[in-house]
Design a protein around this ligand. Sequence first.
Ligand code: FDA
Length: 396
Amino acid sequence: MPGEVRKFDVIVLGAGATGLMCASVAGQRGRRVLLLEHNALPGRKILISGGGRCNFTNIRCTPANFISENPHFAKSALALYQPQHFLELVERYGICWHEKTLGQLFCDHSARQIVDMLLAECERGHVDIRMNARGVAVEGDSGGFRVSCSAGEFASGALVVATGGLSIPKMGATGLAYDVARQFGLKVISPRPALVPLLLSGTERNWTKLAGVSADVIAQANRGPTFREKLLVTHRGLSGPAVLQVSSYWRPGEVIQVDFAPDMNGRSSLLGSMLEHGARRDEVAFKQALREVLPQRLAAQLAEVGAPEGWSNAALEAAEGQVRRWEFRPSGTEGFEKAEVTAGGVDTAGLNSKTMEARAVPGLYFAGEGVDVTGHLGGFNFQWAWASAVAAARSF
Ligand code: FDA
């Protein structure tokens, strides 16, 4: 009927990982739930995640794997709903999985199984799912919330904004979560691309001739922890898991540090053979020493741009130090088009960490990537999606 406003207990905006999880749990708790999504299909990012196999959680998940202005905020939700809880759900659906590396759990077959599982869970909770819901606009007053969009007019006592961040606009990412937050007076920490390749320019641009070369490194950005993973040189700069990890901490103008010889320690190290008494000390010996531990093309590049300023012990030690703490000054990132996640988002200072409810707006909840909680690479972002969704859903 035109003009009819359909009433629900809960309206969830966004049928991604967070929205599907939240709607299903709330529905199974007996709430009448509406899930609105502007794409034609739910869970598009889940489908492409983990190279199509979805790295759905990480069994080594701790609060230290998350970045936020308030590093304590995520603790309650992460404790409430842990990786083994999601794993139990996955196993209940007979989805085969494996641990790839560093606690990262992937589907053996397809990410589609995770989406199907979440949709089946929504069905169990009698969730009303409306796809192609365009032009979502929200109003709120003391009586609850009113949502209008191309799918109709709806009202509810609780509203969960689970529309994610800005990464990958072509998959449907929008800033709706930030707009709604601001509309209700909440602060938003400037969203920035994270888990994103970094660009090199100026003299550092010559590294891109190594495009395709990868190496095991330890990488670090100014305010972040160290990450021992692979670095990959691209046509535009640097990528690979180690660089994606540090990109979440990197800020424009800053350097990142790379240890190209992470297995080497002490004097019996990279240039140890050259430091021995009577050993050959020249460019050929230098290149040779690098080649023994590094990929050939990387060794050649470092021999060229990191050659010692002489052949004394001090000069050799300085050259080795440089290879162990190589500084790149990226000129930027590949942006939201290539960022796996968005850092920043709805300021956690305005949210209750146990329920994700806005402190100043009863009934309004924010969960998932739209909130200023960003996981490291390796299944942590989905774990945050599940955990924050469940925290909200169990509080209605
Ligand atoms: P998400 O963005 O998934 O969902 C938001 C939903 O809201 C979308 O369906 C969107 O269309 C909808 N929406 C947005 N604006 C709207 C509007 N205005 N109106 C209506 N609906 C709207 N993480 C991980 O842990 N393991 C992994 O393997 C990967 N792999 C990976 C690969 C790639 C290529 C990307 C881009 C990302 C990952 N991630 C990941 C990150 C992970 O996908 C991400 O953290 C979660 O999907 C976040 O879930 P949300 O539901 O919060 O947002």
